[in-house]
Design a protein around this ligand. Structure first.
Ligand code: FEO
Length: 172
């Protein structure tokens, strides 16, 4: 049985992960509005992965006899100054998510909740990758600067991204 404290914060985390998907869908819509369909595709793939993250928390609470309580989502930002500004906002958001995962991992240790600690280990590793992926795009866009040609090349490159593996069948 899952403890109340961990359950409450994991319910909160379902909201954060779902909001991440919502934010990245909003960025995808922004990129489509600028005809940057490759960047939009990158964000849609990211959003899909965020739903899978939310589902991991959902399943963990449920599998341990806890109670899932979904929470209200805020309206995400809809416009950014530039593609670079949007990706910088994505990195800032991922840093926020990392801090939430680290808080949860610390709490699992304090509560001596081994099941939660093992499950959260996956997220600790995942967040390193998430931040690195966005940082790579930021570096690319900073190099490109004001070059329209460079931006179109980057858009083509980012459009090749496909969503990572969805949950293994036993976790869906
Ligand atoms: Fe699920 Fe990008 O953090």
């Amino acid at each position: 049985m899952i403890g109340q404290r961990i359950q409450d914060v994991m319910n909160e985390q379902i909201k954060h992960e779902t909001f991440s998907a919502y934010l990245y869908f909003s960025m995808a819509a922004f990129f489509h509005s600028k005809s940057l369909d490759g960047m939009a595709q990158w964000m849609k793939a990211q959003a899909q992965e965020e739903f899978a993250h939310a589902l991991r928390f959902f399943n963990h609470i449920n599998d341990r006899g806890g109670r899932i309580e979904l929470q209200a989502l805020e309206k995400p930002q809809t416009v950014w100054e530039s593609p670079l500004a949007a990706f910088k906002a994505a990195l800032q958001h991922e840093e926020f998510i990392t801090s939430k995962i680290n808080d949860l991992a610390k709490m699992a240790d304090e509560e001596n909740d081994r099941a939660a600690a093992i499950m959260l280990q996956w997220f600790v590793t995942e967040q390193v990758e998430e931040e690195a992926n966005v940082s790579t795009v930021i570096d690319m866009l900073e190099l490109i600067g004001d070059s329209g040609h460079g931006l179109l090349m980057a858009d083509r490159e980012l459009g090749t991204r496909v969503a990572g593996p969805i949950l293994p069948p036993q976790e869906v």
